[in-house]
Design a protein around this ligand. Structure first.
Ligand code: FMN
Length: 391
């Protein structure tokens, strides 16, 4: 197996297999199928909302590389007249700085420093992107989700429902029955005084899903931020979202906030916190969305820079992962020497001989932590092993 992975790592530097999942089933007896927004995806790796999903060209490159799914950049909700209470989030900022960040435990990882926020072009341009991206995704069997930042009022104030209505119905006109919307509770909310209110956050989680669902029959995800509060609040927030019957999936957890530098950040601090909170949530409440008939679990996000980290989240119940930072490292950080950034990243995520998904799946099969089913080790079985039930 070691010889095989070394060989594949070397030969796939210039091109990935046309069907990565079929190759992995045949040669590694590993089924990498993931699950996102109520449907299976060919790989558990997807692209998180952000600066790398703003054009049809980027989505096409993702589809061609074989990525599992894409979440488009977050658009700010508006009403029919173009009024958007959250318009302050649509600021233009192009400079992004990708660099190292040392975690509290002393590990050096990557983070992206960027002071922008949401989609800063007209809503109609976003609709055009969504239409084209969906067509590309459909042809490739790669789900494409839209991401929206809806109005979030302070406690005691009303929600701007016309903004919910207009934005949701326009997106659903394009997406039809297959519309996937992810509601972004951005980490930069932490810069906003309103996020100091725990009760306000819990109210948003309680009320926003029904407000969206009332407008159109969409598949709705809640992307939860890392709030500025302690782990207990993070668990409470997750439990509230996961129990809400209008929430179809949860994406956990967006970047941390550095109050001194006034920027969001990632790296090892982010995955350390996310994994810790997920363990705590599981010990207290069991698997995330355990009672969902279709597929319990969640979509992970945060420092997924290796297949190994995807497996760490998978062991805690993740059925897929959303990546941003690892898709924008300097070229020299990838072993692959050809292809799009997505293809180069997938090469490492899957085939890296020490850190890749395949080598870790095979390893868990060898230790007996993962039992084969129908002769295959399934990524989606990771969260169901006995070791994963500390409660
Ligand atoms: C430059 C940048 C812009 C982002 N923009 C958005 C956004 O518009 N909406 C959103 O929900 N998340 C956004 N994110 C968060 C990412 O989708 C992702 O969840 C987060 O960065 C953690 O994953 P990572 O460690 O792989 O970067 C952004 C992240 C970065 C680095």
């Amino acid at each position: 197996m070691r010889a095989r992975i070394l060989l594949d790592f070397a030969r796939f530097k210039s091109h990935l297999p046309a069907d990565i999942a079929a190759h992995s089933r045949e040669h590694y007896r590993v089924d990498p199928t993931g699950w996102f927004a109520g449907r299976p995806v060919r790989l558990p790796f997807g692209k998180g909302a952000g600066q790398l999903s703003m054009t049809a060209k980027e989505v096409r490159a993702d589809a061609e590389a074989g990525l599992g799914f894409v979440v488009l950049k977050t658009v700010i909700a508006q009403d029919a007249a173009g009024a958007a209470t959250m318009a302050g989030w649509a600021i233009h900022e192009s400079a992004m700085d990708v660099g190292p960040r040392v975690s509290r435990t002393g590990r050096t990882g990557w983070t992206v420093t960027w002071k922008g926020r949401g989609w800063d072009r007209p809503f109609d341009d976003y609709l055009a992107l969504y239409r084209e991206a969906r067509a590309i995704g459909e042809a490739a069997g790669m789900p494409v989700a839209a991401s929206v930042k809806y109005h979030l009022p302070p406690l005691g104030a009303a929600f701007q429902e016309p903004e919910y209505a207009y934005t949701t119905t326009r997106l659903a006109e394009i997406g039809g029955a297959g519309t996937i919307l992810e509601k972004d509770f951005s980490p930069t909310l932490a810069a906003d005084d309103r996020s100091d209110e725990r009760d306000a956050i819990l109210r948003w989680i309680a009320e926003v899903p029904a407000l969206v669902k009332r407008q159109a029959p969409v598949t709705l995800g809640m992307k939860l931020m890392n709030a500025l509060f302690d782990d207990d609040f993070q668990v409470e927030m997750l439990d509230a979202a996961a129990r809400n019957p209008d929430v179809d999936f949860v994406t956990l957890f967006n970047r941390l906030w550095d109050p001194e530098q006034r920027v969001a950040y990632g790296g090892w601090d982010l995955s350390d916190r996310n994994l810790r909170v997920l363990d705590r949530h599981r010990a207290l409440h069991g698997p995330v969305m355990a009672r969902r008939a279709a597929m319990p679990g969640f979509t992970a996000t945060g420092n997924i820079g290796s297949g190994r980290m995807m497996v760490e989240y998978g062991l805690r119940g993740a059925t897929s992962g959303q990546i941003h930072t690892f898709f924008q490292l300097p070229r020299s950080a990838y072993a692959a020497d050809e292809g799009s950034a997505t293809a180069r990243a997938l090469h490492a995520l899957l085939y890296h001989p020490e850190e890749g998904l395949l080598v870790w799946m095979v390893h868990l099969g060898e230790t007996g932590d993962l039992q084969p089913r129908d002769g295959l080790l399934h990524f989606l079985d990771l969260g169901h092993g006995p070791a994963r039930h500390p409660d």
